[in-house]
Design a protein around this ligand. Structure first.
Ligand SMILES: [Zn+2]
Ligand SMILES: [Zn+2]
Length: 211
């Protein structure tokens, strides 16, 4: 398995390239920006992209989707509940004071319990709302599962819930009922910052300790 994490853009969103070594098929998660760098890494590994997946509709995670789709021809995927957010990317750009990136058609609306195949690998989609209504987490169910948590769970923190459509109740529920069902050894690659494990977050994350 090829796993490349590249922090992209002003907000340093962790874009992840997942590649199946045997077939060279790949999935790109959260291409927020810097599509040239992503393209260079895809070329370096000789990967062909089967799906471009965003964990949610915030600009730092979706800003490069249109350019990457143009470069690779792969379909773009997002949970339906975050489509309005993607469609208002110009407004998000204005809030951040950056130029609006180009947008594209979202080819597939992801929902809970869907799996995305690349080579012999399957990436599971889990709806984990709270940071945004359409936030998803992606899980590679290996012996040691790999979790791509978007802005739902961070090392020592959780995603903010004061943005459009956010909910503290929902995000805590999503983490407890979906992510914390995974074994302690599961490796979490959050949408920003360093990686962590489910066990460490279960034991020490201040937002999730039972009061
Ligand atoms: Zn976000
Ligand atoms: Zn983010």
């Amino acid at each position: 398995m090829i796993v490349e994490t590249i922090p992209v853009g002003m907000l340093m969103c962790n874009c992840v390239i997942l590649g199946d070594e045997a077939t060279r098929q790949a999935i790109v998660i959260d291409p927020g920006d810097e599509v040239e760098r992503i393209g260079t890494l895809l070329d370096k590994h000789g990967l062909s992209v089967r799906a471009i997946v965003a964990t949610h509709g915030h600009i730092d995670h979706v800003g490069g989707i249109a350019r990457l789709k143009e470069l690779t021809g792969a379909p773009a995927m997002l949970h339906e509940a975050d489509l309005p957010m993607y469609e208002s990317i110009a407004l998000q750009a204005q809030w951040l004071g950056v130029p609006a990136p180009p947008t594209t058609t979202i080819d597939r609306h992801l929902s809970d319990a869907v799996s995305l195949q690349f080579g012999s690998q399957k990436l599971e989609v889990h709806h984990t709302p709270g940071h945004s209504p359409g936030s998803i987490s992606l899980i590679l169910p290996h012996d040691v599962p790999l979790v791509f948590a978007g802005d739902t769970l961070f090392a020592g923190s959780i995603g903010r819930t004061d943005l459009w459509g956010g909910s503290m109740d929902q995000i805590l529920h999503s983490i407890r009922d979906t992510l914390f069902r995974l074994p302690d050894a599961s490796i979490v690659l959050p949408g920003h910052g360093p990686r962590t494990t489910i066990g460490v977050e279960r034991a020490t994350n201040p937002f999730l300790l039972e009061k």
